[in-house]
Design a protein. Structure first.
Length: 318
């Protein structure tokens, strides 16, 4: 459910739907407009912000309903996750299926989920004015990374129950190397969110050069706000991670490992290769909104799998 929610967030961003709902109603917000009058009221509220005035001023009510749906669905899915958690938590407490040491991490997970909802609204609110046409890309990145943090938290917790201890591999140097790659990957994921937030792919839809240059002019001094600089860094980090993944794989092949580690050690470098190819096509087809939408979502989905594959190897190494 978390992975689907992240993908819904990506679709919401790439379709420009994030600012379509200008209110935050944690309970009543699950109910969409039910009649023409309610729809016109919601549309009139949208007309007050800069995104409508500067970009979507030619929108019809039908156009508005399209972007409203994706933001509404994104919010409703978050509520559904909270409901699934609450029902499951109460049920397993009653059935005495939880050990005492499991309860606190579960409560922490619920609180982190609620915090993520609040971060999402703070992000949306940053774009609800007459000047901005989208949400702040740095807040978007924080929202995205917090979601990935929740995903990793759940995955790590699950592995501790699903993998027998005798399947863990002891390799301190490879684990240190994995942690180094993870640190670089976290920076890369931030820059991936910056790419989406700034629509940085469209400023240089070329490959292997960036608009005919290896080091493009006009990047300016800002490494987080200039779309050209963001794309340059995002590409560079991708190449670096690809090289490190190959080195990691070579070291993993030569290491003494359990059968479980041997069966899964190819996943991480394989996903890195897939992600690099998807990234190239996403940039090349970024001027095409429809192609960008589906390639961007596929790129985001693979990023989650890539992160989880690295977390997997870290978790099953002592």
């Amino acid at each position: 459910m978390i992975m689907i929610q992240v993908l819904l967030g990506g679709i919401t961003r790439l379709t420009g739907s994030g600012l379509s709902i200008t209110e935050w109603k944690p309970l009543l917000g699950a109910i969409p407009p039910m009649n023409e009058q309610d729809w016109n009221k919601a549309f009139d509220q949208y007309k007050q912000i800069g995104q409508y005035k500067h970009i979507n001023f030619d929108f019809t009510l039908s156009d508005f309903k399209f972007i409203y749906f994706w933001e509404w669905f994104h919010r409703v899915w978050a509520r559904m996750m909270g409901l699934v958690f609450a029902v499951g938590f109460v049920y397993f407490i009653i059935k005495k299926q939880f050990k005492k040491e499991m309860i606190l991490p579960m409560v922490l997970l619920f609180l982190l989920g609620a915090l993520q909802g609040a971060i999402g609204w703070i992000m949306v609110k940053s774009g609800l004015n007459e000047e901005d046409v989208s949400v702040n890309h740095i807040r978007l990145a924080i929202h995205f990374m917090a979601a990935l943090g929740l995903l990793v938290y759940v995955f790590w917790f699950a592995i501790s129950f699903l993998v027998p201890k005798d399947q863990y591999t002891e390799n301190r140097s490879l684990k240190t190397f994995s942690l180094t790659i993870l640190a670089i990957l976290i920076v890369q994921l931030f820059y991936g969110a910056f790419m989406a937030g700034l629509k940085a792919g469209t400023v240089a839809p070329t490959w292997p050069t960036i608009n005919g240059m290896w080091i493009p002019a006009g990047m300016g001094s800002s490494l987080t706000d200039n779309p050209l600089a963001v794309q340059f860094i995002h590409r560079g980090l991708a190449y670096l991670i690809a090289i490190l993944a190959l080195a990691w794989w070579w070291r993993a092949l030569k290491s003494t490992a359990t059968p479980l580690f041997r069966r899964t050690r190819t996943l991480f470098p394989l996903l890195v290769g897939v992600q690099v190819v998807l990234g190239i096509f996403t940039v090349l087809y970024s001027p095409d909104k429809q192609a960008l939408l589906w390639l961007g979502v596929a790129h985001q989905f693979t990023a989650m799998l890539l992160l989880l594959s690295l977390v997997w190897t870290l978790r099953i190494m002592k």
